[in-house]
Structures are given as structure tokens and as C-alpha cells.
Design a protein around this ligand. Structure first.
Ligand SMILES: [Zn+2]
Length: 92
């Protein structure tokens, strides 16, 4: 069976899908979901006030921008101590 040539009208009514142009865009930066801020406390290393965030595994942690210390509060005791010292953030 010979392939019937599409008439201009058929082409007009039912255009063949155009291939999307291959864009050579760099991948957009992957944005990390914002971690919830619990409050602020003093960095145990440099004593600057720093934000306390909650990790995805529900552990408080500090990422000090002044001395670059990263502190994770993994145990019950450290979490209790943190809670005493931390100024809770006001949520809207
Ligand atoms: Zn620090």
C-alpha cells in the first residue's frame, strides 16, 4: 500500500508535531527545602548568636557562620541543654 502524501489541507488541519528544540540550558540549581528554624542560641565555639535549625531527621543543629562549626544535637541530654539555652523563634 502506497503511502498517501498529505495534502496541504491535511497538513494544515493536522500538523505533524514539531520536535521541541533541544535547549542547551544549564540545569537550574537544586534548591534545598528550607529547614525549619527552631530558634537562636550561642555558638558553643565562638559564642556568637546563631540560628538553630531542625534537620530532616528532627535533630537540632547549628551551622555557625562565624566559626564554621557544625554542631548536631543527637542525644536527649544535649537537646535538653539546648532547649534551656535557646531562644525560640517566633512563628507567625
Ligand atoms: Zn561559632
Amino acid at each position: 500500500m502506497a503511502k498517501k502524501k498529505r495534502s496541504w489541507l491535511e497538513q494544515f488541519l493536522d500538523p505533524e508535531p514539531e520536535k521541541p528544540p533541544i535547549e542547551d540550558k544549564p540545569n537550574p540549581p537544586v534548591l534545598q527545602p528550607a529547614l525549619r528554624q527552631l530558634g537562636t542560641t550561642d555558638c558553643p565555639i565562638c559564642k556568637h548568636a546563631v540560628a538553630v535549625f531542625l534537620t530532616k531527621t528532627n535533630r537540632p543543629f547549628i551551622n555557625c557562620g562565624f566559626c564554621c562549626a557544625r554542631i548536631f544535637y543527637n542525644g536527649k541530654t544535649s537537646m535538653q541543654l539546648l532547649r534551656k539555652r535557646m531562644e525560640p523563634v517566633e512563628e507567625d
